[in-house]
Structure formats: structure tokens, C-alpha cells
Design a protein around this ligand. Structure first.
Ligand SMILES: *Cc1c(COP(=O)(O)O)cnc(C)c1O
Length: 478
């Protein structure tokens, strides 16, 4: 089984359990397996008819050995995690015209793709912590979908106390209520007013809390955010599944179009390809936030001011998982990754050499989708395919249609949220909200009681830790 190292190369290798529970190595990098496991075509063929959960067990077993989690326990963890999905196929696909397919990643409890990995990762935390007799406090910043997924997965887990932070007004009311209506005693929602840079401001809050040794120790802080290795690992599975559903013959290439924010989903796809999955092109579909498309097109990776778009879950200016992708693209040269990271930290941007640029962009295409184009694609899809897309699914489909005539083989478009999470955009696009744009769980949340803390960006660095301490002390008394 692989050991886990840091992309910045300055910590000793650790095992899987340590990498998951720590979330982030002490040198400020990201954990990654020293070597990725390989999958042969023969193995792929033998997986062809597996259900999603059965395939997940096979793929995850490449990363997790019996000594870490016995097979029966792993099967149970997977069954518990994907048992909360309401569709009998877990992650269904449907065919569009022109050899396009939509992979619906949104049938989990909070109707977004984040449920795909979060359910499993939170269960994994709980499993390890109960075995060790330990507890953790999770801090989760959210641009909309991560928070609800983490909150929901944490309900009833006594090993975890979970704090969700969201920027007031910058996520939808539906998303906010998916957190604030949870009454579980170990789940706490926090709205922060005046976040100019959206959830990036909240990442900064969490970063500072982690940097405070006393606070981190006292609270037993940990993180399931998009840089936790186990999230990326779990997301490799839907690429294998999509491939096996749509390759006409195992070995033939197919393509994927992915709406990208923090690049976790796409990073998982690029790892699946490195593991041996015969993927043709990976299409990086983005909105008006251009960090990734600029990097892929010009080799300049730069912090840019955030722009608010209809596809708000990918309004991200710091796509952290790019650094994992970079590490493998540069052949595991941690010294070079560290030098690039230092430049990026110091100057807010780093320009890669021509050969480095080629190394990380080979096999990728990128396409930028404006808000107007999101509406147009949603409208067109509703008319032509008689089905609804959420704004992120629309970003993927728009990008796939753009490249359709240039690519051979199927293109699988990742639809990452249920349309009911974005009713305002749907109304703007097609003038009404059809039944397919509603969901019972969100209708119920509309009238349920809410519970949340509210802070201001200006004072959050003092106020938030104080309240978290008070809650911990209170709980200890009970
Ligand atoms: C998180 C999210 C994405 C982007 O995934 P990344 O791994 O951050 O690139 C896309 N769509 C939706 C709906 C999401 O919640």
C-alpha cells in the first residue's frame, strides 16, 4: 500500500489513517500517495458489471489495505455511505443527443456532488476515531455545497463536532437552510457577514485557527475540506464507473467534461487516468473565474479576484487541488513544486516553463462559460432534451458541446447538483420552475426551524474561536 507524502516534500511519509485524520501535512502542502496504484485492462473488464458500491469497494481497496480496514468493515462503510443515495443506481447516467451523456452525481442526501465523497469520508473519520477512542472538531468553510454535505454526514456521529461556515448572501437560501435546519447537537452553522472574497475569507479563518497550536490541540481540530486526501480518492470511483458504462469496448477512450472549482473532482479524474483508465480528453469547464483556464492555456497560475456567477459552487480563486495534479505532472519533483508554491505565495502568481506547462496541460481542454451561456444552455437543454440542468451541469454540457465535433468517442458530462438547489437560475433561464426543479427535502426545509450563529468578517478571528471554546466547555460539563 502506498505511503503518503506531502506535495512540498518536507514531512516524513505517513500511513493512510494518519493522512486522513490530519487532513493537511505540517509543511503546508497536500497529502498524496507516493505512488498511485495501477489498474490493468483485465481488471477493468472484470469490473464491468459491478454496481456503484461494489465498484467503489474495488477501487478503494487499491488505496486501503486489510490491516488498515478489514474488507468486511470497508464494505459496510461503503454500504452506509452510498445507502443514503435515493436513486437505485446511486449515480445514474442518461443519454443526450450527439453521443453526450450526463452523469448525475446529485442523488445524495443534500443533492450535490459533495455527498459522493463526504458521506464516505465522514464515516471513515468516525470509524477511525471510535477505534482510537478519540474525538475531533471539524471546521468546514463552504461556498455552498460542502457545508450541507458535511453537516448531514455528521448527524449522529458522537466522535465529531462539526462547524460549518458560510458567507452570508453568497450561497443560496436552499443551501443555507440545508445546514441551519439541522438540529443535531454536534452540528453548528455559522453565517459570516461581509465576506468580500466569499468562502476564501472563511478558509483564511480556518487557516488561522489551525495555525494556533493551543486552539488546535484543545479543540482537536481536523478538516474534511476539499484538500483532504480521502475526498479526492473517493472521487476517482465515478470516473471508473462512467467509463465502464460508456466505453463501447474496454480500452477505447472516452472523454469527461467537469465543472471545476477547487479542482478536486478533476484531480481525481486525472489520477484515475494515471492509474490506467483509458480517458481521452478531460474538459475543464469553468465559469468567469479564470484561474484554471488561464493556467491551462498560458501556463500562468495566478490568484484572481473572485467573480460571483450563477454557478456559485465553482466561484473559487484558489483551486488547491491543482497542486496535487502538478506534483504528479512534474514526476513527483517536490523541490520544484515547493519553489513554485513559494513564488505563488509571495507574488500571487507563478509562471511555469513551457515544458512544465505542457506536462500539466497535456490531455486537457478548457472552456469558459459565461452566465449568459449558462442560461442559454439550460434553456436549450430543457427544450431539446426535455430535462433540467443545474448551473454547474450546464457549464459542463456547454463545454462538452463546444468540443463535440473535435473529439471522438462519448463525452460524459458531470452534473454536480440537483436543479432544485438553484431555482432562481432555472426561473431566469426558462421562465418558470417545473416540477423537475423541485425537491421534497428542500420544500420541507423552507418551513423548518433554523439555528445558526452570525458573525461579521471584521471580528470573526476573535469571536469564532471564543464561541467554539464555550460550546466545547459546555458540552464537557454535560
Ligand atoms: C464543489 C462543486 C463543484 C466543483 O468541484 P471541485 O472539486 O471543487 O472542482 C462543482 N459543482 C458543484 C455543484 C459543487 O458543489
Amino acid at each position: 500500500m502506498p505511503h503518503y507524502v506531502s506535495t512540498l516534500g518536507e514531512v516524513n511519509p505517513v500511513d493512510f489513517e494518519t493522512a486522513v485524520l490530519l487532513g493537511k501535512p505540517a509543511d503546508g502542502g497536500l497529502f498524496i500517495p507516493e505512488k498511485l496504484p495501477k489498474v490493468s485492462l483485465t481488471q477493468l473488464k472484470s469490473w464491468q458489471h459491478l454496481s456503484y458500491p461494489a465498484l467503489a469497494v474495488e477501487v478503494l481497496s487499491l488505496f486501503i489495505d486489510e490491516a488498515t480496514i478489514p474488507g468486511d468493515d470497508l464494505r459496510q462503510l461503503v454500504a452506509d455511505s452510498f445507502g443514503t443515495f435515493t436513486h437505485p443506481e446511486t449515480i445514474p447516467h442518461h443519454a443526450l443527443t450527439d453521443e453526450l451523456y450526463v452523469q448525475e452525481l446529485f442523488h445524495g442526501p443534500t443533492l450535490s456532488f459533495k455527498d459522493v465523497a463526504m458521506g464516505f469520508v465522514v464515516n471513515l473519520f468516525d470509524y477511525f476515531l471510535r477505534r482510537r477512542g478519540e474525538r475531533r472538531t471539524l471546521m468546514v468553510a463552504t461556498s455552498g455545497d460542502t457545508g450541507p454535505a458535511a453537516a448531514h454526514a455528521s448527524i449522529g456521529k458522537s466522535s465529531l463536532s462539526t462547524w460549518l461556515f458560510f458567507p452570508t448572501g453568497l450561497i443560496t437560501g436552499e443551501q443555507a437552510r440545508q445546514m441551519t435546519t439541522i438540529m443535531a447537537p454536534n452540528v453548528h452553522s455559522v453565517a459570516v457577514d461581509n465576506c468580500k472574497n466569499g468562502s476564501d475569507n472563511l478558509d483564511e479563518l480556518i487557516f488561522r485557527c489551525f495555525a494556533d497550536d493551543d486552539f488546535r490541540e484543545e479543540m482537536q481540530l481536523s478538516s474534511v475540506n476539499s484538500i483532504n486526501w480521502a475526498r479526492v480518492m473517493t472521487q476517482t470511483v465515478h470516473y471508473f464507473y462512467g467509463y465502464l458504462r460508456h466505453a463501447s469496448k474496454v480500452g477505447d477512450p472516452i472523454n469527461f467534461a467537469v465543472p471545476c472549482g477547487a479542482f478536486g473532482n478533476m484531480c481525481a479524474g486525472s489520477m484515475a487516468r494515471r492509474m490506467g483508465l483509458p480517458v481521452g480528453k478531460m474538459i475543464i469547464a469553468t465559469n468567469a473565474n479564470l484561474v484554471l483556464s488561464q493556467a491551462m492555456e498560458t501556463g500562468l497560475f495566478a490568484k484572481l479576484d473572485i467573480r460571483n456567477t450563477y454557478a456559485s459552487a465553482i466561484d473559487i480563486s484558489v483551486p488547491m487541488n491543482f497542486w496535487r495534479h502538478l506534483y504528479y505532472s512534474l514526476g513527483g519533483d517536490a523541490d520544484r513544486v515547493r519553489a513554485a508554491w513559494d513564488t505563488y505565495e509571495r507574488e500571487g502568481e507563478v509562471r511555469f516553463t513551457a515544458s512544465e506547462h505542457t506536462a500539466f496541460s497535456e490531455g486537457f481542454l478548457s472552456y469558459t462559460v459565461s452566465d449568459e451561456h449558462i442560461l442559454e444552455t439550460t434553456r436549450d437543454h430543457w427544450k431539446r432534451e426535455d430535462s433540467l440542468l443545474d448551473p454547474h451541469g450546464a457549464v459542463a454540457v456547454a463545454a462538452a458541446r463546444h468540443f463535440r465535433s473535435q473529439l471522438s468517442g462519448p463525452i460524459v458530462c458531470l452534473a454536480t447538483a440537483h436543479p432544485a438547489k438553484f431555482p432562481d437560475t432555472i426561473r431566469l433561464a426558462i421562465g418558470e420552475l417545473p416540477e423537475a426543479g423541485k425537491h421534497e427535502s428542500l420544500e420541507n426545509a423552507r418551513t423548518a426551524g433554523e439555528r445558526k450563529y452570525v458573525f461579521d468578517h471584521a471580528t470573526m478571528h476573535e469571536a469564532v474561536p471564543a464561541v467554539m471554546r464555550a460550546v466545547l466547555t459546555n458540552n464537557a460539563k454535560e
